[in-house]
Design a protein around this ligand. Structure first.
Ligand code: GLN
Length: 572
């Protein structure tokens, strides 16, 4: 049904007690349920830090930088929104304190405030509200905008945002706005009890600044005993049916169904007087079923640099979950620090793995190990998927070990290399300032028919998102092609190499873009899907080979698939 003539309704999501409770996933899950009811929904994230965007932040500090079609470098929660809602976000779906102040200061410098004193209230709070309204006016008409306030209630930084949403309700009215607060009910082992006090305090903190939550989402490791909901309801002044249990789950994709079972979407629609269809949840049931009951499993090695931090490759991890469901398999992702990878250790590191993925990255640390890993995968017919820096490393590997271009390198790592197979484009070479020189956001790519890339996408023209500075150097296309590299994806003007693959290999694909940003829970990315399929074939071939080997030769040495005969080695 179409509600577009009605006013946009607003849901504000805040978090209390501790950080990392999963506000992003909770917002995305509620959004998914409302979308499944036929409503037009989008999500806006406010980040209270002062950086203008997370683009300049170290992944160790902030996790992955998520890139939207329009080239905005945003918070990784936008990835959850896209994956759960199957929608494209834009830079307008994320704003930081830095951006808000930047806009206000620019207006002040222009004299827009006519000599008035510029203050947090009303100038900063007005700017915050305007960002919400701008999104509401932006589209063909959203029925619902969910606004997630980053940080934890009680933080100094979040205050202007909380004040702004308090004012927002005053202006838009109770039927058009609701407040949802995500909190924690910790289990205290010595008392053997779940405790509600931190939630009471957190709600009190909100009420001090004039916000009474309408719904509480209670994160808990255990089911809430019968007595707990009435207690929370009484002390927090929230109706009992609006106290929702948000139990820890094995997979985040179970959360929409768990919320649905407790009537969260129905409650929200009632409170906001939203007329909507019953939710269509078959897609979600299928995803959850696929995750719970895989028919096979496969191990993928990821050789990266930020492997200690859980969130630094978030979109890649999730893309593997989606690709697993599409292949009825569980994808076990094994991270390996490339610092520790060399010719001696490679075989050990690869033992038990059925595919290698090299993710994006910046800087030289770990690159030699990546090249070593790629060489091993190429020589042994192990499926390989290179993303951004992963493609660049694959080009360097082939140049050095097959084309005889010793010391071939990327200009990012060696300005003096005799063979800059990865370099800046001629029009970039004079740029001294590194900021703003990256190729960011969606670019079209034309795919050659008859290639593995074409087989995956099933389309001649695609669009993918970029975030990098360097490109394949076109001077080396010829020699690389002579040694089996196919430039299967090019920019429509043929000037930029967007995808490569190898002819003499079961599945060896590199992409200059970041496909992981476009994988969706109910629509796996075609390249991840095909990569996992190739890894499964590799595994099956190998297992058969191993079994046959035992019978035929009386030994248990694995035999390689025929197509995996070693390509020209590094001596070539
Ligand atoms: N560092 C490389 C470049 O700037 C790759 C970037 C990436 O992997 N995102 O081109």
């Amino acid at each position: 049904m179409n509600n577009s003539s009605r006013p946009t309704k607003h849901i504000f999501v805040t978090g209390g007690v501790v950080s990392s409770l999963g506000k992003g996933v909770a917002s995305a899950s509620l959004g998914a349920l409302l979308k499944a009811r036929g409503l037009d929904v989008t999500i806006l994230k406010f980040d209270p830090y002062i950086n203008v965007d997370p683009g300049t932040m170290n992944p160790f500090q902030h996790g992955e930088v998520y890139v939207t079609d329009d080239g905005a470098e945003t918070d990784l929660d936008l990835g959850h929104y896209e994956r759960f809602l199957d929608l494209n976000m834009s830079g307008k779906n994320n704003a930081t304190t830095g951006q808000i102040y930047e806009a206000v200061i620019q207006k002040e410098r222009r004299g827009d405030y006519l000599g008035g004193t510029v203050q947090v209230i009303p100038h900063i709070t007005n700017e915050i509200k305007q960002r919400i309204r701008r999104l509401a006016e932006d589209s063909s008409g959203y029925n619902v905008i969910i606004t997630e306030i980053g940080g934890t209630v009680g933080d100094i930084e979040s205050l202007p945002f909380l004040e702004a949403i308090r004012q927002f309700r005053l202006e838009e009215g109770r039927r058009n706005t609701i407040f949802i607060h995500l909190t924690l009910i910790p289990f205290i082992p010595s008392a053997g009890e779940l405790k509600t006090k931190p939630t009471q305090h957190s709600v009190n903190k909100l009420r001090e600044i004039g916000i009474q939550p309408d719904i509480l989402l209670c994160r808990t490791a255990y089911p809430l005993p019968k007595t707990v909901k009435p207690k929370i309801s009484l002390f927090c002044n929230v109706e009992q049916e609006a106290v929702i249990e948000a139990r820890d789950v094995d997979s985040i994709y179970e959360i929409p169904l768990i919320f649905y079972e407790q009537g969260l979407d129905r409650l929200v629609c009632e409170m906001l007087e939203l007329k909507a269809d019953r939710p269509k949840l078959e897609g979600w049931t299928k995803v959850v079923g696929g995750i719970r009951d895989p028919k096979d499993e496969v191990t993928i090695l990821i050789a990266g640099k930020y492997t200690d931090l859980q969130d630094s490759y978030k979109s890649i991890d999730e893309a593997f979950v989606h690709a697993g469901v599409a292949n009825e398999a569980r994808v076990d992702v094994k991270y390996v620090e490339t610092d520790k990878l060399d010719a001696e250790t490679a075989a050990d590191v690869f033992s038990g793995a059925h595919g290698l993925l090299i993710p994006g990255g910046f800087g030289e640390r770990g690159v030699p190990g990546k090249i070593e890993a790629i060489h091993y995968a190429r020589a042994n017919g192990i499926p390989f998927f290179g993303i951004c820096l992963g493609l660049q490393a694959a080009v360097i590997e082939l140049a050095r070990h097959a084309c005889g271009l010793e010391d071939a390198n990327s200009m990012e790592f060696d300005l003096m290399t005799p063979h800059p197979v990865i370099s800046l484009m001629p029009d970039q070479e004079d740029v001294v300032d590194m900021g703003g020189t990256m190729r960011l956001g969606a670019y079209p790519c034309r795919i050659k028919e008859g290639t593995k890339a074409f087989q995956a996408y099933g389309a001649p023209l695609i669009s993918e998102r970029h975030r990098h500075r360097y490109e394949v150097n076109n001077h080396y296309r010829k020699v690389l092609a002579e040694h089996g590299m196919v430039f299967c994806g090019l920019s429509p003007d043929d000037k930029l190499v967007e995808m490569i693959e190898l002819t003499e290999h079961p599945w060896f694909v590199g992409v200059q873009f970041h496909p992981e940003f476009k994988s969706r829970a109910q629509r796996a990315h075609p390249l991840f899907r095909e990569f996992v399929r190739a890894a499964l074939s590799y595994k099956r071939l190998h297992e058969t080979g191993r079994r046959r080997g035992r019978v035929d030769r009386g030994e248990s040495q694995p035999s390689l698939p025929e197509s995996a005969s070693a390509p020209a080695g590094r001596e070539a």
